[in-house]
Design a protein around this ligand. Sequence first.
Ligand code: AR6
Length: 170
Amino acid sequence: MTTIGLVQGDITREAADAIVNAANSSLLGGGGVDGAIHRRGGPEILAECRALRASRYGRGLPTGQAVATTAGKLPARWVIHTVGPVWSSGEDRSGLLASCYRESLRVADELGARSVAFPAISTGVYGWPMDDGARIAVETVRAAETAVEEVRFVLFDTAAYEVFARRVEA
Ligand code: AR6
């Protein structure tokens, strides 16, 4: 049984076995969560990302998939990088967003991680509406078959926290 917790704050401050990065296919950094993780985690994370690009992911990490690196100086053992879909009003990409949560938990299981902190994937630069992003996040984690004992959603602001809280209570 996986427990779901909610925290308002900066995910780079969370102590968990693994924290999830809302990355892009390049794995080479960006803004939002991704920028904060590389800034605070230090150059070791980027070095492992570059090595992944030079080996398994020559063409980048596909949307909906996940891969782990060290967490560098962050208070976690691993960063699990996943690539959310860009929001589209014309096309339903929710399967890809659900896949980010499912695949991140699968990677966490491979690592032996027991606690995982997630941001609200795709709800920033990638434009996904917060309420729908929260619905997919909570439903997918609840349905996942995983040995992860604790999933914590780390929401940047009060509004996002309240949206997630309503979905968790629903
Ligand atoms: N801690 C927790 N949540 C945060 C933090 C933080 N430090 N910073 C932002 N958020 P985003 P995406 C929230 O844009 O939409 C990057 O450039 C934010 O308010 O980080 O998946 C990547 O390189 C929002 O609710 O990720 C990609 O190119 C949520 O985290 C692209 O952005 C996700 O926002 C990915 O876009």
